[in-house]
Write a protein that binds this ligand. Sequence first.
Ligand code: SF4
Length: 280
Amino acid sequence: MNLSTDRKIQWCPGCGNFGIYNALKSVLEKEIDEGHIKKEDIVLVSGIGCYGYITNYYHLNSFHTIHGRVPPLLTGIKLANPSLIPIGFVGDGDAFAEGMSHTIHVARRNSNVKLILHNNAVYGLTTGQFTPTSPKGFKSRSTPYGNPENPINPITLMLVSQATFVARGFSGDIKHLQYIFSEMMKHRGFAFVEVLQPCVTFNNTYQFYKERVYKLEETNYEPTEFGLALQKSLEWGEKIPTGIFYKKELPTYEDLVLRGEDIFYERSVPDLKDVINEFV
Ligand code: SF4
């Protein structure tokens, strides 16, 4: 199986998007070849940013939506047809500026969807403005004297928003990213993967990350303790952890809404399909 398309890839040479694209491509091709998933069940959704072109480069069903609205698309696709496998791509602007509330809500609902964050800490498509994940003091076109704001920590935010799979990779380590994406595909519930993605043109962080990242799997870290994951998510400086911070299997949003499983409710919830039929 080859999921490449004949579209010319538009990213700058050396852009971290290539690492994310190639790592996910090889994982999906393997999953399809081994019969774990069907090609026609995958639906990709991307928002706005350089990374947003990614859906053009996979020979898969896809939807290119407006800025910040990837998570509601993923949730809607899964609710409409639970056999589909929605995989979303978001940038740091998409996820934490225009789409901040959607990112939190999709996590706390535990929708059975995947969300990959291309975190380059800069708006690359619009030629280099600061974003909510840019470091304090970061000089950009819109912050010539330095960013006065504290950056958002995506891993901490997703943990406290009750995501059930939270991981971080580095686009300069494709083999490790493949491992993380494979685990992401196995997870049943909301899976969030932050990828540290250098923008070679406006925020080239390759060397910075290369010197600092380490893998949690190579320590005695177990991704099952929420408190420990929260503590680990705050580590950022001389050393930056990558790998799976936390994973836990819980009933998904679709379990509760579509099947009406009586787990948290006193009475059965109506079948969403019946509710929709009333209006069509
Ligand atoms: Fe990649 Fe930055 Fe070029 Fe956009 S501007 S394609 S993010 S290197």
